[in-house]
Design a protein around this ligand. Structure first.
Ligand SMILES: [Zn+2]
Length: 442
């Protein structure tokens, strides 16, 4: 494979949930296909030859580090204008008074273009090189989202949102029937796959039943068949809150996980958001199906009715990615969501009600480290999307971010210290460059 460019510098990549590798003064060799062809370490004999032969060399400045681009595994693109609004309302009210009226505006394609252009630019500038989007119920508007991802250099998975149950969806914003939900999803899939011929970055359609309360069983089953027919990823929400979790129990006498599995929507291509109310039996089903959970820690503070036990889930061998859940969460930054993952896990471990005795207050062994949070934002997201991303290693797409952190002379400066500092202190200004498929997009 022809070599296109080489990035020279140091970086961090997650090896497993507890281990992050420091890659010191390496050469990241990027090929014509936008993938990492080779990582060359300074002790390799041809290090200098690789540098000399490279058509283009990008050398990181002192105090700059290379990280894999982040993967947002759960974000509602149309809700971007509402980020930070109405978070004090209960989920049902938040949906009906704020969210559905906004999503209904996306029949207007100019409005769609303006919002999606800004959103995709913002995410890329925050180091999010791949996003798993919920769109709206309008296929043409979702295609505009795909165009904006391609224009601004973001890899994406985009879902035509399906919601057909007249009981829980407003008349002005729902699919006319289960058959219409499935037909619209298929229209979107075909059009997006055709559009990919013009795109630089291929964008992936995702089967997207909004959540159990908004879909009838025939729609869920039809979407399950569609996922199988086109071999596509699937996303939805699962056991998000007490209200949502109880809804399935009352309607079907079964848990969310079981209903989704029976409809053909829980497999190795599934990314289910939240899961704060999942139990051990559900975790076993996720493990068997090799389905992933999108952890959205900021959103969970408002709507989750609990803290996702990330550590326990990883011990169940279930994959977890990280999501912003705009606008259930207020921040588009996965850095903010990594921090909240750590903070929420600390509170799960120590407990929050000081009237309860210390030893009974929290859940032991729940604390998540910065390394684990970084793993979720990179490798966890890559596993969830089944894409070759999320790591600095040969065979992966060169989806990378360059972050700069300048420790003061009196601050600790070991590679581990620098890593923690990067996780806690990086903001948009510290992210100096972003690459997707080896092409600079910031
Ligand atoms: Zn959501």
């Amino acid at each position: 494979m022809t070599i296109k460019k080489v990035i020279k510098g140091s970086g961090y990549t997650a090896v497993n949930p507890d281990e992050v590798q420091f890659l010191e003064n390496i050469l990241v060799v990027i090929n014509q296909a936008g993938k990492i062809e080779r990582i060359v370490t300074p002790n390799e004999a041809d290090y200098d030859d690789v540098l000399t032969a490279a058509p283009e060399v990008i050398e990181l400045a002192p105090h700059q580090y290379l990280l894999p681009g982040f993967i947002d595994t759960h974000i509602h693109a149309p809700q971007w204008p509402n980020a930070g609004l109405a978070l004090d309302r209960p989920l049902y009210q938040w949906l009906n008074d704020y969210t559905f009226p906004l999503e209904a505006k996306y029949q207007d394609l100019d409005f769609s273009r303006a919002v999606y252009d800004d959103l995709t630019k913002t995410l890329v500038s925050l180091g999010t090189t791949t996003a798993v989007y919920f769109g709206t119920i309008y296929p043409e508007s979702n295609l505009v989202l795909a165009e904006m991802c391609d224009k601004n250099g973001q890899r994406s998975l985009i879902g035509q949102v399906s919601m057909d149950d007249p009981e829980l969806n407003p008349e002005y914003y729902r699919d006319e029937s289960a058959a219409a939900s499935v037909a619209k999803a298929e229209t979107f899939i075909k059009k997006l796959l055709a559009k990919n011929q013009e795109f630089t970055i291929p964008q992936t359609p995702v089967i997207t039943p909004r959540f159990l309360p908004s879909c009838t069983l025939p729609a869920l089953k039809g979407l399950g068949q569609l996922a199988k027919q086109y071999q596509l990823p699937i996303q939805s929400h699962c056991s998000e809150s007490d209200w949502e979790n109880n809804y399935a129990l009352e309607k079907y006498g079964k848990r969310d996980t079981t209903v989704l599995a029976e409809a053909g929507l829980l497999n190795e291509h599934s990314i289910m958001a939240h899961g704060t109310l999942l139990n051990d039996e559900d975790f076993s089903k996720y493990q068997k199906a090799q389905a992933s959970i999108a952890h959205c820690p900021i959103s969970n503070v408002y709507f989750g009715d609990g803290i996702l036990p990330v550590k326990r889930i990883l011990q169940h061998q279930v994959n977890v990615g990280l999501g912003t859940d705009i606008s259930g969460g207020y921040s588009p930054s996965l850095y903010d969501n990594m921090k909240q993952t750590i903070l929420s896990s600390q509170q799960l471990q120590s407990g929050v009600d000081t009237r309860i005795a210390t030893e009974k207050r929290g859940v032991a062994n729940s604390r998540v480290s910065a390394k684990t949070a970084f793993y979720l934002a990179t490798v966890g997201g890559a596993k969830a999307t089944n894409l070759k991303i999320g790591e600095i290693k040969p065979g992966c797409f060169a989806d990378l971010q360059v972050v700069e952190i300048k420790p003061k002379p009196y601050q600790p400066q070991s590679s581990d210290d620098n890593f923690e500092s990067l996780i806690y202190n990086t903001n948009e200004n510290n992210i100096k460059a972003v690459y997707v498929g080896g092409k600079q997009v910031k």
